[in-house]
Design a protein around this ligand. Structure first.
Ligand SMILES: *[C@@H]1O[C@H](CO)[C@@H](O)[C@H](O)[C@H]1NC(C)=O
Ligand SMILES: *[C@@H]1O[C@H](CO)[C@@H](O)[C@H](O)[C@H]1NC(C)=O
Ligand SMILES: *[C@@H]1O[C@H](CO)[C@@H](O)[C@H](O)[C@H]1NC(C)=O
Ligand SMILES: *[C@@H]1O[C@H](CO)[C@@H](O)[C@H](O)[C@H]1NC(C)=O
Length: 346
């Protein structure tokens, strides 16, 4: 009986570390107007018991976790918009059958992206003074040389990384191969933000002279992170897990390859071609997808339609127009319509 349970639990356990993204599908966190915080936490589908405990204890973080999940899904869609696998989760209220299976290259991208988004969101909130428990990073305060100093208010990336790790990384002793890979990719995502912090400086002094310069480190915009991770996806390394006496080691499948780096994305299984629907692999096929007749790249009709025919027809297309900036800080747009030639895969 115990054995049976384990079999049923296993896939859930493996995917557990992405299931928290389901929070992105809740329009807000007030499921029922009078729910207690605990009731709200308990309603979060697919969350591990550790994550639910995190929710009980740090309820003030939940808005940020929600924001990070949203950011993950929308950045993923942006990065993969014109590829066969387009990361779209928007059609389904239940995102679990929209996430690629653990171990695939596409999954490794989402693992790293979600971990990066969580680190990013929490670090930003900390810098904006929205979190009681943290403040900007003052560790680099000593002057480096005369007339040049760290102002002492860098983004507190260490804090963001620690919270993200605490929330995401399951603490399991006997790690299954897939879990080892997922944990590696989580870390890749967090480290990528740390690596891409920029130094920013400001001059002080009489009438614009730069007698004193104060500097601090801040994160780039999240789309920079998304783009860098996409490059890592393209260069991802297929690996095997080698068992040593009581240690497991990650080694590149292609033994001729350079040594694996902590900053590489890694995966185990080969991806399908995503030409045909296969829900188990989060493949939805490319029928009806819009392709580009003149492109020679990944969005070209030949590649996107997998060699199948495609048709060009006139369609009414809606787009955002006449956008105005409202003080402060939102942009409102109108919806305009135009008739346009659109090519779709058959
Ligand atoms: C929710 O709480 C408010 C006041 O706290 C009360 O007036 C209202 O009847 C409650 N609604 C439900 C559905 O319990
Ligand atoms: C992504 O692919 C799905 C399934 O083929 C499709 O329904 C959806 O419109 C696509 N999204 C975009 C932005 O092209
Ligand atoms: C289609 O591809 C061409 C060539 O790469 C490019 O110039 C054009 O902007 C693309 N059209 C769309 C709608 O993306
Ligand atoms: C957008 O603005 C243009 C010029 O200001 C105007 O002619 C057009 O009617 C506007 N469109 C909509 C949908 O409001």
């Amino acid at each position: 009986m115990k054995f049976l349970c384990l079999i049923f639990l296993l896939p859930h356990l493996l995917n557990a570390s992405l299931s928290w993204l389901s929070i992105a599908k809740n329009t807000n966190l007030n499921f029922a107007p009078n729910s207690t915080q605990k009731q709200i936490c308990d309603q979060l589908i697919g969350w591990t018991s550790v994550q639910k405990k995190f929710c009980y204890e740090h309820f003030d973080f939940m808005d940020l976790v929600y924001k990070a999940a949203k950011t993950t899904l929308s950045e993923c869609e942006t990065q993969f918009k014109s590829r066969r696998w387009n990361c779209s989760t928007s059609h389904s209220p239940n995102i679990f059958n929209r996430l690629p299976e653990s171990g695939l290259r596409e999954a490794s991208f989402i693992y790293a992206l979600s971990s990066a988004a969580l680190t990013y969101t929490i670090t930003s909130a900390c810098s904006e003074g929205k979190l009681a428990g943290c403040s900007c990073d003052k560790s680099k305060q000593r002057p480096i040389r005369a007339g040049y100093q760290w102002s002492g208010c860098s983004d507190n990336i260490a804090y963001g990384m620690a919270v993200a790790e605490n929330f995401l990384d399951p603490r399991i002793k006997n790690k299954l191969n897939l879990l080892i890979v997922n944990l590696h990719n989580f870390e890749t995502g967090r480290k990528l933000i740390e690596k891409n912090m920029n130094k920013q400086c400001k001059c002080h002094g009489v009438s614009g002279s730069c007698e004193i310069k104060t500097c601090w480190r801040s994160m780039p915009s999240f789309s920079v992170i998304g783009t860098k991770l996409k490059e890592k996806y393209d260069a991802a390394v297929q690996v095997d897990i080698e068992k040593r006496v009581n240690k497991q080691r990650i080694i590149p499948r292609n033994r001729a390859l350079k040594k694996l780096s902590k900053s590489d994305l890694i995966y185990i299984k080969n991806s399908p071609d995503f030409c045909r629907p296969n829900p188990r692999l989060a493949s939805y096929g490319t029928k009806d997808r819009i392709c580009n007749k003149t492109s020679r790249g990944i969005d070209s009709c030949d590649l996107l339609c997998c060699g199948r025919p495609y048709v060009t027809q006139l369609e009414v297309v809606t787009y955002k127009c006449n956008c105005t900036f409202k003080w402060c800080c939102s942009v409102t747009c109108k919806e305009c319509k135009k008739i346009q030639e659109v090519t779709r895969c058959r």
